[in-house]
Ligand binder design. Sequence first.
Ligand code: BES
Ligand code: ZN
Length: 459
Amino acid sequence: MKDLDQFLEQHREAFENDLCDLLRIPSVSTDSSYRKDVRRAGDWVAEQFRRLNFKTEVISTDRHPIVYAESAPVPGKPVALVYGHYDVQPPDPLNEWTTPPFEPSIRNGNLYARGATDDKGQMLTHVKAVQAWIETRGELPMQVKFLIEGEEEVGSESLNDWLEDPATLEKLACDIVVISDTSQFAPGQPAITYGLKGIAYFELKLQGPSQDLHSGVFGGAVTNPANTLAKMLAALIDDDRKVQIPGFYDDVIDATASEREQFAKLPFTDEQFQQQLGVTGVSGEAGYTTLERRWVRPTFDINGLSSGYQGEGAKTVLPARASAKFSFRLVPNQCPKKVAAALEPMLQKMCPPGITMELVDMHGAPGIVTPLDSPYMQAAADAIESGFGTRPVFIREGGSIPVVTAFSKKLGVDTLLLGWGLNDDNTHSPNEKFCLADYHRGTKASVYLWDRLSQLPAR
Ligand code: BES
Ligand code: ZN
């Protein structure tokens, strides 16, 4: 693999520049005012594949395009499908960024920009790895297909629709899916993630009087939607942090005793964790450790709240409306639709006279666990060792990648979650970064991955 190693060494700067080009495109999928930029990012990704002579398509959807590309078939060898996303979360709050979110900037060996780690940088490692193979050897040792979408951060709806088409499934047929959109366990300790949480995301809108009222003149007699909202949200969880939706825990599959033992052996302390996040303490569901709470227990979080006066100073107002966005992270076997079906009547029952409520089911996806004992896992662990110099640990994580379930159900294949990110990369928050050394180590691991996987039998 000397030729490939050398190619990677010689192209470090070029690969960094390419990533910066992509990071300059503000592909915020949730906000329709960025629609053209999202498309531009998709086209940029497609162009990367066209240059490698991959069969490349940009598939238009109701929202953001899907990029699909494949290298030449290699008969008798397994086929891999790399999934990633070129869309990003909104950069807000803007004034908390040290340098602007869409002007990539390097400090202390880290590249700062929205999407640096989630997922432009991580996704691009696989593109650069196939580029290394093509430009040194003229071909890959196995066929690699790429599916890079623009709606991951908003629930992957268009991709799910596209996966309904039997022709799509034929196109995507493969032996294994590879995704880099997760994290290492710690700096210097790479990981393979074998479990992700699912999600059920909602917006609750409460309407009271037809316009804002004087809170002294009308307060206490007219139902306040903000008070009601606070009460409803508080009722969703008890003091032990158990979610109160009827039947919520019925389908939960608990982590096994051996998993809990493995987690307990990982080098992790609450003190360090607190320090990293700048919090004075941690709390969560009674009876579980921090890693268990983060990786294997369902949770409830309010993601946004709005009502009443938000400006400077005091204003005595009884607001006309109140609304909240909130989500439940789910563990394997919990069904987001079932959660939604039980949540709506629970909230309706709590809705007092004078308030009308609307519950919007925004998106949902089930959680997953993947088998640890497959030859693909071993191949991936070897490749990571080649790229990072350390063998990976096996972890679960609390984030969600909605489409992984579809890959398992519809394509009948498992996914390798090979995360190059770090827990302090500030994903979804200001000053997102990606460690450039990890960008290059991830690329190297990917180069070796195709070599290792190509030595396994095809299905
Ligand atoms: N890269 C994340 C998912 C992730 C992060 C997995 C960290 C494991 C560890 C992904 O881009 C993401 O943020 N997904 C969303 C999905 C949601 C909008 C359906 C998430 O988890 O909030
Ligand atoms: Zn994300």
